[in-house]
Design a protein around this ligand. Structure first.
Ligand code: IMP
Length: 423
């Protein structure tokens, strides 16, 4: 039995939540392995739209167990808000949602540090979601962090106080104007911790490996996207975890030889929130139309997403780093009605044509080289079979499969669970 992986191949927001939800019935366990409440996984079914932040997207399937792995960072305050949001669905999360003791806790002062750090960067800011992700991972690697397992100890508040005091000194050092009432934030935080403690904390690496031994299939759910990976993304405009396949091994404690299928999720075009390079970004009416038709606004921050053509150089790179075995193309329906579509197949880089992602993809170094495709006008959103897809879309898909040498097994034609075409 293997752990299958589901990962975003671009800058996040590819629609991973929807596909996890669609695939969940094939798995006993859904496990999140990195990131935190900077993620916003949107699911739609039965006319309901719901956004998850930290909780795995399998939560809506009553039979599945949802694991939050050691690689995740958890903000108790956001987490209990998420639990409250689930109340309307009558889910038994005390038994089917379990948390690794080795996951790290986001403290109120981590959020403040995020804000102080971003403010101090001025124009060079990363565009962080300000959820405290970076500072929490810094404390993890700095070996100062508080883990979920610590919350079971009687003296954890002493450790909390020492760390929060240190953070306050750091916030003062930044010398920027951010307004906050730490007392109030702490009251909310301590209350949330007590609620969080009603859930099961486990040694999740042991749990997952035993589950594999007893033949239970597991789906590991990534957050953000490959180009936001701390090592392989567009550094420094990245998040603070390994969003790529290797992050699933370290974020869950499963060995590389236990990984099975790797589902790579990408949009039929490209979007990005936050700052950083984006070679195929559009600044014209076409980009505005993509944003409007695709409802491209951040699920966590509500910020408008930057839009552009599909970038095969970046996608090929992401497929390689992740070892993608199957591709899922999202939001094909958004491209209906565009007269001409473009796909970037190579970059002109310092006078040369290259097909790999170089160290530096800043705008001034890169000119995308495009192949053009005829668009289609048909509305895809009611289609249910691959045979119904228009010829021009099939040409587009065939071209991508040939370039990437990986089959596109799912084409998503709308946000709802049912708007999913298997090929
Ligand atoms: P952070 O992880 O909140 O510090 O944000 C770092 C960068 O990653 C920023 O550009 C964010 O906009 C981006 N980012 C973080 N999480 C997501 C996500 O779930 N989707 C898309 N972008 C994200």
């Amino acid at each position: 039995m293997a752990v299958d992986l589901l990962l975003g191949l671009q800058w996040g927001d590819e629609g991973k939540g929807k596909i996890v939800d669609v695939l969940t019935s094939n798995y006993n366990i859904i496990a999140r392995f990195q990131g935190g409440p900077n993620a916003g996984h949107t699911l739609e079914f039965d006319g309901i739209k719901h956004v998850l932040r930290t909780i795995p997207s399998g939560i809506f399937h009553k039979e599945s167990i949802n694991v939050i792995g050691n690689g995740v960072v958890i903000d108790p305050v956001v987490f209990v808000q998420e639990l409250d949001g689930l109340d309307q669905f009558n889910l038994d999360y005390k038994s089917n949602l379990i948390i690794s003791r080795k996951a790290h806790v986001i403290l109120p002062t981590h959020r403040l540090l995020d804000a102080a750090s971003e403010t101090s960067k001025g124009k060079a800011k990363i565009g962080s979601t300000l959820k405290g992700i970076g500072p929490t991972y810094m404390d993890k690697t700095g070996r100062n962090g508080i883990r979920i397992g610590d919350l079971e100890l009687n003296n954890w508040k002493d450790k909390y106080r020492a760390l929060a005091n240190k953070h306050q000194a750091m916030i003062n050092f930044y010398n920027v104007d951010i307004q906050y009432d730490l007392k109030e934030m702490e009251t909310e935080f301590f209350e949330a911790v007590e609620r969080l403690k009603e859930l099961q904390f486990i040694d999740s690496e042991e749990y997952l490996n035993q589950a594999l031994k007893s033949g239970k299939p597991i789906l590991a759910e990534g957050a953000q996207g490959s180009l936001l990976d701390i090592d392989f993304g567009t550094y420094p405009f990245v998040t603070s975890s390994n969003t790529t396949a290797s992050g699933a091994c370290t974020g869950l404690g499963v060995a590389p030889n236990k990984i099975g299928e790797v589902f790579g999720i990408f949009k039929a075009y490209t979007t990005r929130v936050g700052s950083g390079p984006f070679p195929t970004e559009l600044f014209d009416q076409v980009g505005d139309d993509m944003a409007r038709i695709g409802h491209e606004f951040g699920a966590v921050t509500g910020r408008p997403r930057r839009c552009g053509w599909l970038d095969l150089v970046a996608l090929r790179y992401a497929c390689q780093v992740n070892g993608v075995t199957q591709l899922n193309m999202m939001k094909g329906d958004v491209l209906s009605g565009f007269k001409t579509l473009k796909v970037c197949t190579a970059y002109k880089y310092k006078g040369e044509v290259i097909k790999h992602l170089p160290y530096n993809i800043e705008e001034e170094n890169i000119t995308p080289i495009y192949t053009e495709f005829e668009g289609w006008t048909e509305d895809l959103t009611k289609m249910t079979e691959a045979s119904q897809l228009p010829k021009q879309l099939n040409d587009y898909i065939d071209f991508l499969e040939k370039e990437l040498e990986i089959p596109i097994t799912i084409v998503s034609v709308g946000p709802d669970r049912t708007q999913t075409i298997n090929r």
